[in-house]
Design a protein around this ligand. Structure first.
Ligand code: SAH
Ligand code: SF4
Ligand code: F3S
Length: 444
């Protein structure tokens, strides 16, 4: 096929919001378009095509992006041929209605439409009407498309797309479509290639990553196979769903030295009544029992979580149950949110958003304070210990220091030492800790 010549050297700028799956999708988009002749640039003012990959999870995420699109639109004044595209979950959520709010957007592409991007951009050359690609496609796995990944220690590998859980608060099943697992052969092909390219860590991604099933292999099997790939030192995964933590998965985590001793296990609420209203299909007691099983079988396991406060009908007593559960479980860290109603979800249609905004804020502040104290205590327990750090590079705050992570996902900062390089594992003695960071001295 003959592409118009001007596309061949066009400069592409991609900006990403939202979760790791979106980051991974942006790498896929860059892979697709660089294969088509685009050059990736990191200066937005030099771009011919700007794509903003968006998130719809909370209202705030969307308002932020709308503001950003308006700002980017100013660049069209000096570059009338500039193509401004909206990709990802917000495109899918708002559909063509986005053009009422931001008529200057040229492309609106949902998470299953990226394959069409090169063709859509080309068609804009002839026809400046906005182009839309919003069909969800449950067969789309983006097979045989190598993402262009950020250089570094860790590579994201999307192993499943979509979600079938339909938690009542959540927009993801509507914007990402039905759950589908990528065939394990394709995942192994990518991981082997990543190892050869020098990545030392892979993070397997999916909205319910441990529900992975390609017809031949389940998640425990896949994790084992990925961890066996030579050259990969560490394997992580996110986000597992508490209802899909099989014994075999716990065994692989416990037994395989390359599988990191860390689970990000979204709780959402410590009240079984609220969990039911959220359609989370586990009770608070089952969650606590799972944590206790995980901690018994995987000594030293770090646990992180997601919590929502102020969900529809959350009473003071329900909130207290969450607050108490946090003290009982003692997470290493948590992402905490105020409930944000999302149009289209079951909660939006059927439940009243009846916790006043001020009360949501009070509850959020209370759990953030509690978690900060717990994180600090848990991190202080590392003082005096040796940990193995996979070095990522120079500390952003201090050029004399390096930083990296423990297998328990703690960030460690330590002074540069001769012979210690990025991409390597080094033993570090921990001397000091805050709620967010460990500080130490390398022993090499
Ligand atoms: N698949 C993961 C979560 C993905 S979304 C899981 O099953 O847990 C990431 C987090 O955003 C969720 O865990 C939840 O805590 C939060 N979240 C999702 N929808 C939300 C909403 N409507 N309001 C506030 N927080 C929300
Ligand atoms: Fe959303 Fe629930 Fe699916 Fe997670 S499991 S993505 S919270 S619907
Ligand atoms: Fe946001 Fe979409 Fe991820 S809604 S959290 S970017 S799956």
């Amino acid at each position: 096929m003959n592409f118009p010549i001007r596309n061949r050297s066009q400069a592409l700028y991609v900006e990403t919001y939202g979760c790791q799956m979106n980051k991974s999708d942006s790498e896929l988009i860059v892979g697709l378009l660089t294969r088509d002749g685009y050059r990736l640039v990191d200066d937005v003012s030099r771009a011919d095509v700007i794509l903003v990959n968006t998130c719809a999870i909370r209202e705030h995420a969307e308002t932020r992006v709308l503001g950003r699109m308006a700002e980017l639109n100013h660049l069209k004044a000096s570059n009338p041929d500039l193509i401004l595209g909206l990709c990802g979950c917000m495109s899918q959520h708002l559909g063509e209605n986005i053009l009422d709010k931001a008529p200057y957007i040229d492309l609106v592409v949902g998470p299953d439409g990226y394959r069409r991007l090169p063709e859509m951009i080309r068609s804009l050359d002839q026809n400046r009407e906005p182009a839309l690609s919003l069909a969800l496609d449950k067969t789309e796995h983006y097979l045989a498309l190598d993402p262009v990944r950020e250089p570094g220690v860790n590579a994201w590998v999307t192993i499943m797309r979509g979600c079938d859980k339909f938690c009542t608060f959540c927009i993801v099943p509507y914007v990402r479509g039905r759950e589908r697992s990528t065939p394990h052969q394709e995942i192994l092909r990518q991981v082997e290639r990543l190892a050869a390219e020098g990545y030392r860590e892979v993070t397997l991604l999916g909205q319910t990553v441990n529900a992975y099933q390609d017809g031949a292999i389940d998640f425990a099997g896949l994790l084992q196979m990925v961890a066996d790939v030579d050259g990969i030192e560490r394997v992580r995964f996110t986000a597992p769903h508490p209802s899909h933590f099989s014994d075999r998965l716990i065994d692989v985590m416990a037994d395989h030295p390359r599988v990191c001793k860390h689970a990000h296990l979204p709780l959402q609420s410590g009240s079984t009544r609220i969990l039911r209203a959220m359609r989370r299909d586990y009770t608070a007691e089952e969650y606590v029992a799972l944590v206790s099983n995980l901690r018994t079988r995987i000594p030293g396991l770090a646990l992180t979580t997601d919590i929502i406060v102020g969900f529809c009908g959350e009473s003071e007593e329900d909130f207290q149950a969450t607050y108490d559960l946090m003290a009982a479980v003692r997470f290493d860290s948590a992402f905490m949110f105020k409930y944000s109603p999302r149009e289209g979800t079951a909660a939006y249609r059927k439940l009243a958003d009846d916790v006043p905004e001020g009360e949501k804020s009070r509850r959020l502040t209370a759990i953030i304070d509690r978690q900060k104290a717990i994180s600090e205590e848990r991190n202080r327990a590392y003082i005096g210990r040796m940990v193995e750090v996979l070095v990522e590079g120079e500390s952003k705050r201090d050029a004399d220091h390096l930083f990296g992570k423990t297998d328990t996902f703690k960030t460690v900062v330590f002074p540069k030492t001769a012979g210690v390089r990025a991409q390597t594992l080094v033993p570090v003695h921990i001397d000091r800790a805050t709620a967010f960071t460990l500080f130490g001295t390398s022993r090499r």
